[in-house]
Write a protein that binds this ligand. Structure first.
Ligand SMILES: [Zn+2]
Length: 273
């Protein structure tokens, strides 16, 4: 089941400027359906999410065979995909709530083609805050995975299969986002460590963004080789995910440069914390 759970869930973007740029500059990713608010945070279903729904449903519908086949399998995959994106929403909400604890608001949470994004209004003031916000998402996903695994032990038949697969998807979501490339959650933690050690947030961002680009290249190359050797287009999803990650790393680094430009003494302020 390549692709299932390989979410983009742990990525959040900082800065009002970037939020405005994305909303206005990226037509596909800037439009969507407002779903309401949870804990006061606006939730938006990006139009690209429907592409994700189609991809995840197509890739997972043969998972239920031979117990469930045909249209029933497609319906089960739709249910699985919607439940998975609900898990992604829980992951993003935990980032937003951790940000709130630090006194930072969240503009909105969007569900996208490969997962979700929580748009917080400003960067954390110090490395400890950065690490706390970054870890909130994976900890939530691992907790959900544990609960679902327990439930799957109590439920039989296709509901048990669905719950078990959802638990696994949450585990993969946490693991993928813990990879140490910025702007994934693991990359955010790595950035917090480098920031804490050097006292230089921009340097920490640049170093970990290159790790992010390295991971993106691995995904692109691995997906491309798998498509050629295994003669199946399903690994194109890894290539697309890699391109997405490369773009996110570059955008995150650019945003960090802007923050540095507008607050040139930030790095020195944080040395004291
Ligand atoms: Zn996360």
């Amino acid at each position: 089941m390549p692709g299932i759970g390989c979410g983009y869930g742990g990525v959040w973007r900082a800065g009002r400027r970037q939020g405005r740029e994305r909303a206005g500059g990226n037509r596909l990713l800037g439009r969507g359906l407002r779903l309401g608010r949870i804990f006061g945070v606006p939730i938006r279903l990006d139009l690209s999410w429907f592409i994700g729904l189609a991809i995840f449903t197509t890739l997972s519908h043969d998972v239920w065979s031979p117990r469930v086949t045909g249209l029933a399998a497609v319906a089960l995959s739709l249910l699985f995909t919607c439940a998975f994106f609900t898990s992604v929403l829980a992951h993003e909400l935990s980032h937003a709530l951790a940000a709130r604890v630090l006194g930072i608001g969240t503009m909105e949470i969007s569900l996208l083609v490969f997962g979700g994004v929580a748009r917080i209004v400003s960067e954390p003031a110090d490395a400890a805050g950065e690490a706390l916000m970054a870890m909130a998402g994976p900890l939530t996903s691992v907790s959900i995975a544990g609960l679902l695994w327990l439930c799957s032990q109590l439920v039989g038949g296709w509901p048990g299969d669905l719950i078990a697969l959802l638990g696994l998807a949450n585990l993969v979501l946490a693991a993928f986002n813990l990879l140490p490339g910025f702007p994934l959650d693991g990359g955010r933690v790595a950035r917090a460590v480098v920031w804490r050690v050097t006292g230089r947030r921009l340097l920490a961002t640049q170093v970990t963004a290159w790790f992010g680009r390295g991971l993106a290249l691995l995904l692109i190359a691995g997906g491309g080789v798998a498509v050629v050797l295994l003669h199946t287009p399903r690994y194109l999803l890894h290539v697309a995910l890699g391109l997405f990650l490369w773009n996110a790393a570059s955008q995150g680094e650019r945003a960090a440069r802007q923050v540095e430009r507008y607050a040139p003494h930030d790095a020195f302020t944080h040395l004291k914390s």
